[in-house]
Design a binder for this molecule. Sequence first.
Ligand code: AVI
Length: 319
Amino acid sequence: MSISSSQTFADAQGEALMATAIAGLSQSPKVLPAKLLYDERGSQLFEAICDLPEYYPTRTEIGILQRHAEQIATLIGSNAQLIEFGSGWSIKTRILLEAIDQLASYVPIDISCEPLLESARKLRAAYPHLQVHPLCVDYEQDFSLPDNEQSRLRRVAFFPGSTIGNFPQPEARAFLNRIADLVGPDGALLIGVDLQKDLDILLPAYNDAQGITAEFNLNLLHRLNREAGANFEVEQFEHWAIWNEAFGRIEMRLISQKEQNVQIGNATFNFQPGESICTEYSYKYTLEGFAQLAERFRVEEVWTDARSLFSVQYLTQID
Ligand code: AVI
C-alpha cells in the first residue's frame, strides 16, 4: 500500500469511527459500542485483564476445558471441522486439539489478521495433519466458509470466553441462530457462558484493584481523541462497572466528573456531573436463561467448576 492510499484508508476509518461515536453519544442515555474497546492497546489491556486475580472467567473456563477435554473431544469427534469465532492465539483450542485424535479441519476466525495468520502458521507446525483455514473477517458480519472438500465434514462451532455475554440479548439470539445456519442440521456448538453469581465475586471482576479494567475502559476515550478527532479530557471521566439486576448484566460505564462539553467533528455533547456513557454489557446467564436464548439448539452437556462460576456447554441443533 502506498503512503497516500494507507493515509486515505486511515482517514476513512477515522470518519467511520467518528460517525459511530456521534451516533452512540446522541442517544439518551449515551452509549458507545463495546467493539470500539479493542484497538491494539485495548486488546493488550484485555489480555492483562484475563490474568487479574479478580477476573475469574478465563482461568475458570480453561480449568473446565482441561478437566473435561476427553469427553469434549469424544463429542466433537475426529472427522469434524471446528470453527472458532474470535480465535486470537487459539490458546483454548489447543487444549481440545491435544485431546482430539487427529481433528480433520480447523477454521479460526478473527478480525485481527496478523496474529490470526501467525497463529495458523504455528498450529500447522504443531499439528501437521490438521487442515487450518484462517478467515480474517468480522464474524458479526455475513461471511461464508471456504468451499472445498472439507465443506462436507460435520461442523462444530467453538465460541469460548463468554463473548456471547457482550451481545445485547436480541443480537445474541440472532447470532446463535446464524451459528445454527452455519453448522447445519448435524452440526454442534461448544460455547463458554458466564453464570449469574454473588456480587462479591462479580463486581470486583469488573472493578479490579489495580485499575486495569479502568484503563481498558478509558482507553476508548483516548482512542476517540487520537483517531476520531474528539477532545475528551480523559481524566475528567471515571470508570465504574455496575450490576443491572433487571437485565442480568454488568454495565461498564464512564462517568463524567463535572459538567463539560466534548467536541467530536462538528458535534458537541454536553455532560452533566455524574452522567455516564455505557461502553459494554456483559450478560450473566442462568442455565435455564441461556437454554431459552439458544432456541434452535438442544443443550446436551454442561460442565461447570466447583463454585458454578462459569459453564462450558455442548449444544446440538434441534431438528
Ligand atoms: C470479552 N468479554 C467476554 C469480557 C467480559 O468479561 O465481558 C470483556 C471485559 N470487559 C471488562 N472486563 C472484561
